[in-house]
Write a protein that binds this ligand. Structure first.
Ligand SMILES: [Zn+2]
Length: 456
């Protein structure tokens, strides 16, 4: 290792995007929501066996399983990274033709060209029967360029977007097809929104999510088809936001550090603040704040993407500037606000000779647990039992990243995780369990049937 003490150091620090939207966070097997104070009722609401018409929906899905897989293959083989405007639109066109055939009025919600996002597929059936349903999917994948193509091996299929979330989109369409074949869509009120930029939302966010929020304002219940598991669904997700801490100090000779004249430098000020965050604010599993990137020295220059810094400094110089980028995840907006106030107070308690400021940037709102969400989960639990797939409990909110359903949560009752099960989301090894496509389609079909017809 070279002697670096007096050499100019040039570092390039790169961080991955902080808002990997659909990826479940890595946490040690937390307790399900039902076990906590924010519990949903543990018992099912509604029949736990199938009515004849519901058995017909299940059989329709099973009969058309290979056709569903073929549709998924076509969708996966259209590369559609969030910034691939043409590719995302092609996936949208593919699903639009399916929805048109089911009696939906389909439109494409364009985004301004400067956002470099394709826009969203919005499809609607107007009627007077049952609650107004909002079905949420997304057309984009986390991979830009040519994604992994669809390769099937028995009941597993690999490929970009197989589980996140073209598989979920196909499950939604499969359920709608089964309902349509049974005449059960007649009179129903359903809006489908498949966003084109879920994995990397366009900026500004209020433009990128306006169509989705408009649809939510005209709906009662949102069902989102992000990846799911047989025994779990999500009625509560944490919100996420980001922050930037900048500390500054007088530059000077390292030999004088801690003296009244030289002060403590920007790096010690940043260390003080981060350690105080950890000591004073950690311990609540619903609240996390992670410094993902830190850069300090005599010069600190951020790249245009905001994920890399060029940093220079010397060990014999007291560093005048340090920048830290982090996230903040929370279960309630009030928790976000009070945490930010405490972080600001910690930042303001400067070491001698240094200064600091922190700025916050909103991203995904929180989707806190609600009684209505608990009832929805219990109705879904009954549907799952009816189909022989066993009980369903609520996902602990801290076990998932934020998702599009979070944007609509302030306006209606939402549930996520109705999609397919897979492995390796956000990696080149992404795959889907095709049996879960059938399960997700059957459960969505019977669930929507019961919601539309008030079966409980
Ligand atoms: Zn996703």
């Amino acid at each position: 290792m070279p002697d670096i003490r007096h050499s100019r150091q040039l570092l390039l620090i790169a961080a991955t995007a902080t808002l990997a939207a659909c990826q479940p966070a890595v946490v040690a097997t937390p307790a399900p929501v039902n076990a906590s104070a924010a519990a949903a009722p543990a018992s099912p609401i509604g029949p736990t066996s199938l009515a004849p018409v519901e058995a017909g929906l299940r059989d329709y899905v099973r009969t058309h399983h290979e056709a569903d897989i073929a549709l998924l293959e076509r969708a996966v083989n259209l590369s559609s990274g969030s910034q691939n405007v043409v590719g995302v639109r092609r996936v949208g066109d593919l699903f639009a033709s399916e929805l048109t055939a089911l009696g939906f009025t389909v439109r494409w919600a364009e985004m301004p060209a400067g956002m470099r996002r394709a826009g969203h597929l919005v499809a609607e059936r107007t009627g007077t029967k049952g609650p107004r349903l909002l079905l949420i999917g997304h057309l984009d994948t986390v991979f830009e360029g040519e994604g992994q193509r669809f390769v099937r091996q028995d009941t597993i299929a690999n490929g970009a977007g197989t589980s996140d979330m073209k598989g979920g989109d196909v499950a939604m369409l499969s359920a709608l097809r089964a309902l349509n074949a049974a005449g059960a869509l007649e009179g129903s009120r359903i809006i489908v929104v498949m966003t084109g930029d879920e994995e990397s939302a366009g900026a500004p966010l209020d433009v990128a999510r306006r169509d989705l929020i408009d649809a939510a304002r005209r709906s009662d219940i949102a069902l989102a088809f992000e990846g799911g598991r047989a025994a779990r669904a999500s009625i509560s997700r944490r919100g996420s936001s980001s922050w930037t801490l900048t500390t500054t100090a007088r530059q000077g000779h390292s030999a004088g550090i801690f003296s009244a004249g030289a002060g403590n430098g920007s790096i010690y000020e940043a260390a003080r603040i981060l350690d105080a965050f950890r000591r004073e604010l950690s311990g609540n599993p619903t609240l996390t704040f992670n410094p993902g990137l830190i850069a300090g020295g005599t010069s600190v220059a951020r790249d245009t993407a905001g994920t890399a810094f060029a940093v220079a400094g010397k060990t014999n110089i007291i560093a005048p500037k340090t920048v830290v980028n982090g996230d903040l995840r929370f279960l309630r907006e009030s928790q976000k606000d009070s945490t930010r106030a405490r972080m600001r107070a910690i930042v303001a308690d400067h070491l001698p000779g240094s200064d600091a400021e922190i700025t916050f940037h909103d991203s995904y709102p929180a989707m806190p647990p609600t009684a209505e969400g608990g009832v929805l989960l219990s109705r879904f639990d009954a549907v799952s039992r009816s189909l022989g797939y066993g009980p369903v409990e609520g996902d602990p909110p801290e076990s998932r990243g934020a998702g599009d359903v979070s944007f609509v949560a302030p306006y209606l009752t939402g549930m996520d995780g109705l999609g397919v099960s897979g492995r390796g989301a956000h990696s080149p090894e992404e795959s889907v369990n095709l049996n879960s496509l059938r399960m997700a389609s059957e459960r969505a079909a019977v669930f929507m049937y019961r919601l539309i017809n008030g079966v409980r």
